[in-house]
Design a protein around this ligand. Sequence first.
Ligand SMILES: Nc1ncnc2c1ncn2[C@@H]1O[C@H](COP(=O)(O)OP(=O)(O)OP(=O)(O)O)[C@@H](O)[C@H]1O
Ligand SMILES: [Mg+2]
Length: 480
Amino acid sequence: MTHVQDPKPPSGDETWQDEFDLASQLTPRQVVEELDKYIVGQLDAKKAVAVALRNRWRRRQVAADLRDEIAPKNIIMMGPTGVGKTEIARRLARLAGAPFLKIEASKFTEVGYVGRDVESMIRDLTEISVNMVKEEERDLVIEKAAAIAEDKVLDLLLPPPPKPAPRTEGDGEPVIITDDPETQAESYKRTREKFRVWLREGKFDQTEVEIKVPDRSSMPMLEVFSGGMEDMEINLKDMFGNMFPKKTKKKKVFVPEALDILEDEEADKLIDMEDVVDLALDRVEQAGIVFLDEIDKIGAGDKGHGPDVSREGVQRDLLPIVEGSNVSTKYGMVRTDHILFIAAGAFNVSKPSDLIPELQGRFPIRVELQSLTREDFVRILTEPRNALVKQYQAMMETEGLELVFPPEGIDEIARIAFEVNGKMENIGARRLHTIMERVLEEISFDAPNMKKKRVVIDAAFVRQRLEDIVKDQDLSKYIL
Ligand SMILES: Nc1ncnc2c1ncn2[C@@H]1O[C@H](COP(=O)(O)OP(=O)(O)OP(=O)(O)O)[C@@H](O)[C@H]1O
Ligand SMILES: [Mg+2]
C-alpha cells in the first residue's frame, strides 16, 4: 500500500489518489478482460463503462485548470431484462475500488412526498466513501490495535501484581524494596509471556473474561417515523450521541470475542476520523460512481398505474445532482460535478426519449445490451467464474456427490431455457436459474441419502426432468 499517513499527505486532489489509483490504472482493455470473467458478451456496454472508468484516471492527469472543466460522460445502458446490466455494474464496482452506489431510480420520490429524495443517494455514497477510507486506515493500524488488545486481554487473564511503589519511568526498577520484588516482577513477566503463547494457541478460547462494552440500552430510543426524514434522524442521533456521555456496561465474553471487541475499540482510537472524512469527501467528489438502475421506471412511458405524479418530479430533482450541485451530508458539503452516473433500464415500455429532455442530455453515452442467444446460454452456464454449473457442483460436493455435466446436457438446458423464453416471457439469463433448479430439484433433495456418488446430467436426464412441464404451457408458467 502506498498510502501516506505520516507526514500528512499534500492537500488538494493529490490525497485521494494513491489508494485506488491501481484500479483505475487498468486500461479499458483490461477492464473488459476482467468483466469477461463474469459476464458473457455485451461488449459494447463493457467498453463504455471501461472507458468511463479510464476517463476518471485521465482527468486526474490533466492540468488543474482544465481538469475542473472535464465533466464525466454519463452512460445509459439499455437492454431487456436479465441480460447483464446490473451484473456489469456490480462487477465494475469491485474493479473500480471507488465509492460505488447502486440504487433503483424507482425508489425515489419527489421532494415533499413521502419517500427517499434523490439527494439521499449522495449521502449514501458519501457514507460508503467514509467507510471505505476508514477501512483502509484501519488496515494501517490494525496490527498495532491487535497488539494492544492482546495485552489488555492478558491483563484480564493475569492481573498484574500490585505495584510495589512508584517506579522510575521506563526501566521498571522498583525504588522501594519489598520481599524480593525483582524476582516477583520477573516471574510475573515470565508467566505473562507463557500466557501470551497459550492465548495465541487458542488455549483460552473457552475462557470468559469481563470487559466493558458500550451500553446501547441506556441510549434514548428514538423512532422517527416517515421517510424523507433520514437527515433529521441522523442529526438527532448525532445530537443525542454527544449529549449523553457514552455509557458502558460490563459484559462477560469468551476470549476470542473480547479480542475482537478490544481490537475494534483500539483501532477506532488510533484512526483520526477528521482525516478519514477529509479523504472520503475528496474521494466521493472525484471518483464516486452512482449506478441508477431501473431508470426507465421514472420515464413517462407507462402512464396509468403507480405513483405517476412524482415521476417527472424525480427526474427534475435528478437534474441538478447529475449536472453538478452541492449536497449537504452529515460529513459536509459534497459537490457532485465529477461523480459518474451510469443509468440502466430495460426500456421495453418507455424509451430514453420519454425521459425529460434535460435529463436525456445529461446521459450522452447510450449503449445497448443484446438479447441473449442459445449459444450465450451455453457459455453463461459454464464459463463465468461464478457459473451456475460450477455453483451446483460445489454445493453438491459438500454432500460428497459429483455432478457431471457433459456438453450435450448443457446444450439441452440452454435449448430449453431459450425455448421457454421465446414461448413465455423473455427473462434472459434468469431463466437458467429456474430451469437448473428444476433439473436438479430431486438430486438436491436426495443428495445426503444417495448411494450413487456420481450423477451425469446428460440430455436425456434434462429432457426427462423437464419434458412434461415444457409441453404444458400452463404448467410452465408456474414452474419455470
Ligand atoms: N451476459 C451475461 N453473462 C453472464 N451472466 C449473466 C448475463 N446476463 C445475465 N446474467 C445473469 O443473470 C442474472 C440477471 O442478470 P442482471 O441482474 O444483470 O439482469 P439485468 O440486465 O440487470 O435485468 P433487469 O433489467 O431485470 O434488472 C444474474 O444472475 C447474472 O449473473
Ligand atoms: Mg438489473
